[in-house]
Design a protein around this ligand. Structure first.
Ligand SMILES: NC(=O)NCCC(=O)O
Length: 417
């Protein structure tokens, strides 16, 4: 059937205006890839996929078969479960270095009006089967979403939500440490941190739990948004931990928390410190950032020759009191829809399809970390970068008397004869 512009078939076959739907789906489809795979003829879908998500080592990404126990948990608890494999070329002098990496996206479990402790514990309960599914699948490194142990209440500017903040070794960390030990898994736990030793300062922090349940270290969010309803600067300050790379049993990893993904130099710094996988745990909404989402992480993976794991929460979180953010919008009580769509990007420009736009989910991917060096050898971005030029430019830019290097056409302001 011919379709007019702006129309797509919904899941039940009806045609509908392509404006998305209230449940967070894209006209009834869980993701863009799902919509395309159902609506395009197989040979067209293959071509669209090749251009949209690229090829890895010259071929489409392969699916991984997961154990029945992992799949049973996803059916029983209704979370999206997808698994792919990124290859690298065979090398003569190095063995492949394949690690299995997982990303979890989820909605909150209780309304924001429930007692705070109940809200947190209900999220723990919700995550248990998803983490068990990752464990049953042999995931080596698992990353949760930004501030996973609470609703993303920073739109409200109300200080009562500060009560969710925990020290690095608090309840949420202890909850995950058990899983790290049980499944011999590195877990990245992005939380709202309370730094008791520094006057109860709050931070937006990712804690790196080693595969033996030990705390390897932490990274604090470098860039705090001041856009739309993301009133996070009311709660915490720009991080003071630099760009650490954590050498774990399964590779060198780093965390670029949410809004840091809009800053190419932030991505660069993790690369300069030798990261092989950079996680981007996020909380962002469709209206604000969805067109940027598939581009920024992928570009970072390409430019820095590392893998990126992008995670976004799902659902709409409604708060008890309406708020405004000085942008002319009428008062409202929610951020809008957190659109999930978690995915992996690889240094060779390939990426996985995204998880659901509205359901909880676990995305798993095998990745041969040898691909990072192979891409460095192939494209030479590190070698061809002109760091001395950039360093000089930045040093000059930082001075109060900086003047932009602009050469004006001398004829620009001359009156024509
Ligand atoms: N959590 C957060 O930093 N969100 C900011 C919005 C965005 O970067 O899309």
């Amino acid at each position: 059937m011919e379709r007019t512009e702006g129309e797509i078939a919904t899941k039940n076959g009806n045609l509908e205006e392509s404006s998305g739907t209230k449940d967070g789906s894209i006209s009834g489809y869980e993701s863009l890839h799902h919509l395309l795979s159902v609506n395009l003829k197989p040979h067209l879908y293959k071509e669209v996929s090749r251009l949209l998500i690229g090829l890895n080592c010259g071929k489409p990404l392969e699916l991984i078969a997961l154990p029945e126990s992992a799949k049973a948990l996803s059916s029983k608890h209704d979370f999206d479960l997808q698994a792919f494999s990124f290859d690298a070329d065979k090398e003569l002098l190095r063995e492949p270095r394949v690690v299995r990496v997982g990303l979890i996206q989820n909605s909150v479990a209780l309304p924001t009006t429930a007692p705070l402790l109940d809200q947190k514990r209900a999220i723990f309960q919700k995550l248990k089967p998803i983490i068990d599914s990752a464990g049953a699948s042999g995931v080596n490194i698992l990353c949760l979403q930004e501030a996973w142990m609470m609703p993303f209440a920073f739109c409200t500017r109300e200080k009562r939500w500060c009560e969710f903040a925990e020290p690095v070794d608090g309840e949420s960390t202890q909850f995950l440490q058990e899983y790290a030990r049980k499944y011999n898994m590195v877990i990245i736990s992005p939380i709202l941190e309370r730094d008791v030793n520094h006057g109860e300062t709050l931070w937006n922090t990712a804690i790196i739990i080693g595969n033996r349940g030990n705390i390897i270290g932490k990274h604090r969010k470098n860039h705090i948004p001041r856009v739309g309803d993301f009133n996070e600067s009311t709660y915490y300050m720009e991080g003071n931990t630099g760009h650490p790379v954590f050498e774990t049993a399964y590779g060198k990893i780093a965390v670029n928390i949410c809004y840091g993904r809009h800053h190419p130099l932030n991505w660069l710094a993790f690369g300069l410190n030798g990261a092989e996988i950079v996680f981007n745990p996020s909380a962002t909404v469709g209206e604000l950032s969805e067109p940027m989402w598939p581009i920024e992480a992928r570009n970072a993976a390409i430019a820095n020759s590392y893998f990126v794991g992008s995670i976004n929460r799902v659902g709409t979180e409604v708060f008890p009191n309406p708020f405004t953010s000085g942008d002319g919008k009428p008062q409202h009580a929610d951020f809008g829809h957190f659109y999930g769509s978690s995915h992996f990007s690889a240094p060779d420009a390939s990426c996985t399809p995204s998880l659901s736009r509205y359901k909880d989910g676990l995305l798993i991917s095998d990745m041969d970390l040898n691909l990072c060096r192979q891409l460095k050898d192939k494209w030479g971005f590190r070698m061809t970068a002109r760091y001395e030029l950039y360093a000089d430019m930045l040093a000059r830019y930082m001075k109060p008397d900086f003047e932009p290097q602009v050469i004006s056409d001398p004829l620009l302001h001359k009156k024509s004869l």
